[in-house]
Design a protein around this ligand. Structure first.
Ligand code: ATP
Ligand code: MG
Length: 413
């Protein structure tokens, strides 16, 4: 491997002022205990691109057990490769990983997450295991320099997403890297390096074979990211939408317009339930098809059974949990009432105070954002002023049922 590149503090813009206090505390605690402590990954990439990082990841040469002993609230997670979660407040933690060595080829097969099989290694080996050069930059708390083993600094300057190593092999190792490449290119407005782009396109069948739960997680990350529209545009370009949201709405321009509205809303601080996010992708696929069928038959049909018939096979194929399917059903089924409030007679109070009203109205706003000032919106805002929707249920723990009979353990023979 060629010599790493060091960028001293005066040659890069990353300041300790941009790093959370709790994160700095962890870095200094490790350093004061004579361990190497570095920030790595997305946080460095984003800061170098002038963006606020979503979170900070720490990598160190301290083994997990040593990390645990250094911090008051620290839990070790993971079976094969153990990571430390160091809490910086009641609910916030920072992931502290020990540098990883080369992949153990024997242990590689049949892993849900290929990152899961590991042995510890040096910082330079750790860099080579990461996916893209722009994700493998380290900020060393000792001296505040940036260390680059893979040419990531040049790639950030030239706006390129480049795989570390051979793109074909690295995608075969973990095809979800296709989605990740697209995600970073879209978010940062970078180009995907041509060989990587070709392999992303060629290896989509491999992506389709990966674990559906992991793909669904990536889909949620994209939808919640605030830049879902450019990501979907690029996914469409490489023909990968089907691998992440199979059979979703076909009219890509309309879908992108909606996702743009979703991105704007997320940028304004709004949060959406998973049922709403998926509902947005399948709106036309379900409700459009329902309306077409009703028009063909010339009568209303049972929308709920239609939804189950149409969407259940898709939901199963993407491992969408039943709770999210139900929220999605409920919010989709309410859209017609939102659209035609004068057409039907319905109990207004019961409707506004129904369980998923807020989610359903969120979806309605995105689907119809263009006419936010229309008469229909005025109707709904007036109604909500008069009948405030019920607040979201606080998430309380279920109380134990004092009267529930306890199952006795069978006597030991
Ligand atoms: P985001 O802003 O999406 O969180 P990120 O770069 O922080 O971007 P994470 O998924 O949080 O992404 O992962 C943290 C780091 O771990 C990445 O920057 C990368 O170095 C490494 N990494 C994550 N997933 C993979 C993967 N599938 N293959 C190789 N390295 C990975
Ligand atoms: Mg991250």
């Amino acid at each position: 491997m060629s010599e790493p590149m060091f960028l001293s503090r005066d040659k890069h813009p990353i300041s300790r002022k941009d790093i959370d206090k709790g994160v700095l505390h962890i870095l200094y605690t490790l350093k004061d205990s004579r361990f190497r402590a570095t920030l790595v990954g997305g946080c460095i990439r984003d800061m170098l691109c002038g963006l606020k990082p979503k979170d900070f990841d720490i990598a160190t040469d301290a083994p997990p057990e040593k990390i645990r002993r250094l911090f008051r609230r620290c839990y070790i997670i993971g079976r094969r490769f153990r990571l430390a979660h160091v809490y910086t407040s009641k609910n916030d933690f920072v992931e502290v990983a020990t540098y990883r060595g080369p992949v153990d080829q024997d242990a590689k097969e049949n892993q849900m997450h290929p990152q899961a099989n590991n042995t510890y290694g040096s910082i330079s080996e750790d860099a080579l295991r990461r996916d893209f050069t722009i994700n493998a930059l380290y900020y060393d708390i000792n001296g505040f320099s940036i260390i680059d083993y893979v040419g990531g600094l040049d790639d950030i300057k030239n706006k390129i997403v480049r795989m570390i190593g051979d793109p074909y092999q690295r995608i075969l190792e973990d095809p979800v890297r296709i989605i990740r490449a697209v995600k970073y290119a879209a978010k940062l407005d970078f180009n995907i390096e041509p060989v990587l782009l070709t392999q992303c396109q060629n290896l989509i069948p491999e992506l389709i074979k990966t674990n559906t739960v992991r793909r669904l997680e990536e889909l949620y990350k994209i939808l919640n990211s605030g830049y879902s529209a450019p990501v979907f545009k690029l996914l469409h370009k490489i023909d990968a939408i089907n691998a992440i949201a199979p059979q979703c709405d076909k009219n890509i321009d309309l879908l992108i317009t909606r996702l743009r509205l979703l991105d704007e809303s997320i940028a304004n601080g709004n949060k959406f339930s998973r049922g709403v996010l998926i509902g947005l992708l399948y709106y036309q696929r379900i409700l459009g098809a329902l309306h077409t069928k009703q028009a063909q038959l010339g009568k209303r049909i049972d929308a709920t059974s239609f939804y189950y018939d149409e969407f259940t096979p898709i939901a199963i194929s993407i491992s969408l949990p039943k709770v999210d399917r139900e929220i999605m059903r409920s919010v989709l089924m309410q859209q017609d009432i939102f659209k035609n409030p004068y057409e039907r007679s319905f109990n207004k109070k019961r409707f506004v105070q129904s369980r998923n009203f807020k989610d359903a109205f969120d979806l309605f706003k995105i689907l119809n954002n263009a006419d936010e000032n229309s008469e229909i919106f005025e109707f709904w805002y007036d109604l909500i002023d008069k009948i405030p929707p019920l607040p979201d249920k606080p998430k309380t723990k279920k109380k134990a049922n004092r009267y529930k009979r306890k199952r006795r353990k069978p006597p030991v023979k």
